[in-house]
Design a protein around this ligand. Structure first.
Ligand SMILES: NC(=O)C1=CN([C@@H]2O[C@H](COP(=O)(O)OP(=O)(O)OC[C@H]3O[C@@H](n4cnc5c(N)ncnc54)[C@H](OP(=O)(O)O)[C@@H]3O)[C@@H](O)[C@H]2O)C=CC1
Ligand SMILES: Nc1nc(=O)c2c([nH]1)NC[C@@H]1CN(c3ccc(C(=O)N[C@@H](CCC(=O)O)C(=O)O)cc3)C=[N+]21
Length: 300
């Protein structure tokens, strides 16, 4: 079998187009422009690339983008003060603090200082609790993007066996909640899982969010299953020349694609959907803040 390729890049462009149309309507009918503030602490080059592409796509969708770059030596108090300032700024509807933060800063403290209504990452404990109890919340962008692609490909996910590999707060756990919400039978696997291959081989849907380049190989996959590869790993690519690198996922693409029914590529899969969902969440937050019905289909 050769898998269908799920085109996250193309899907993300459609989502961004839809967000853009709603943003225009907000401006024309209500005189409101959604605003997204991104806080980047330190000089991590990969993070800077994400922040740049987020900023560019935010503006292309017709929203305001506010970038706050701070030195890695910023104190926790200064960072909390910046979050407070953004919480109080009526032009800012969404706040994203890029993770990870430097070691001297308590990440949980900073995330939980964000106004939950502006928490477009969906990482605040209030949003985590709301999602876990099936109430309206801000839904984390990466798992939301994965869910949108799965729903688009399968229609209903009801009754499917889903295995999420990885249990982080930002990807694995919220992904499992969303799949449960769509009535999948969900298993979460992690570094202590025994016979992990036997576990994933029972899955109709495998979501890999591990951070280990090409760990999941074709022999982990049931024939015909759908594979969602969240991993973003930069590895050396001497075949492209000295010092060159390339991006790979947590799944070994070629061997998985031989067995799977469908698979997301890296790049061009989950990554672009994450940014599209960030814009969708900013639009949703802006609508809710202004008592306007948020567009359907752009959230879980
Ligand atoms: N496309 C996108 O938009 C995004 C991509 N990412 C990418 O997704 C990947 C995961 O990110 P994130 O969730 O933040 O990572 P974390 O490092 O926070 O979590 C990784 C998880 O994988 C598990 N794990 C590690 N090694 C193994 C193993 N050998 N077997 C089974 N499970 C293992 C860990 O288990 P344990 O808990 O037991 O340690 C942990 O639960 C990364 O490649 C990251 O770059 C992340 C965010 C967004
Ligand atoms: N508070 C917070 N929220 C996040 O959502 C968050 C974060 N911190 N820290 C870092 C991770 C990582 N992440 C990515 C988003 C998009 C791509 C993406 O668009 N990738 C492109 C390729 C980009 C390239 O070529 O470098 C793709 O996969 O096609 C990747 C990774 C969001 N994260």
């Amino acid at each position: 079998m050769t898998a269908s390729i799920i085109d996250g890049k193309g899907f993300a462009a459609k989502v961004r187009g839809e967000v853009g149309r709603h943003v225009k309507r907000l401006k024309d009918e209500h005189g409101i422009t959604p605003g997204l503030a991104v806080v980047l602490v330190g000089e991590d080059p990969a993070s800077q690339v994400y922040v740049r592409s987020k900023g560019k796509q935010t503006v292309e969708a017709g929203m305001n983008s506010y970038e706050h770059k701070r030195d890695a030596s910023i104190s926790q108090e200064e960072l909390l003060a910046l979050v407070e300032q953004l919480n109080g700024d009526p032009a800012v509807h969404g706040i994203l603090v890029q993770l990870p933060l430097p070691d001297h800063i308590d990440e949980d403290l900073v995330i939980n200082a964000i106004d939950p209504a502006k928490d477009v990452d969906g990482f605040h404990i209030s949003n985590v609790g709301l999602l876990g109890t099936g109430q309206e919340s801000m839904v984390p962008c990466t798992p939301l993007g994965c869910l949108m692609m799965l729903r688009d490909f399968h229609g209903s996910l009801s009754g499917m066996n889903a295995v999420v590999v990885g249990r982080s707060n930002i990807v694995g756990k919220p992904m499992a909640q969303l799949l449960l919400g769509d009535s999948c039978t969900v298993t979460i696997a992690h570094s202590r899982t025994k016979d992990i291959k036997e576990v994933t081989r029972r899955a109709d849907i495998v979501v890999a969010a591990v951070g280990r380049p090409e760990m999941v190989t074709g022999d982990w996959i049931k024939p015909g299953a759908t594979v969602i590869d969240v991993g973003i790993n930069r590895i050396d690519a001497p075949e492209k020349g000295e010092g060159k690198t390339r991006l790979v996922g947590d799944c070994h693409f070629d061997s998985c694609a031989e067995v799977a029914g469908a698979i997301t590529p890296v790049p061009g899969g989950v990554g672009p959907m994450t940014i599209a969902c960030l814009l969708a969440n900013t639009l949703t937050a802006c609508c809710r803040a202004n008592g306007i019905a948020a567009p359907e289909g752009l959230t879980a």
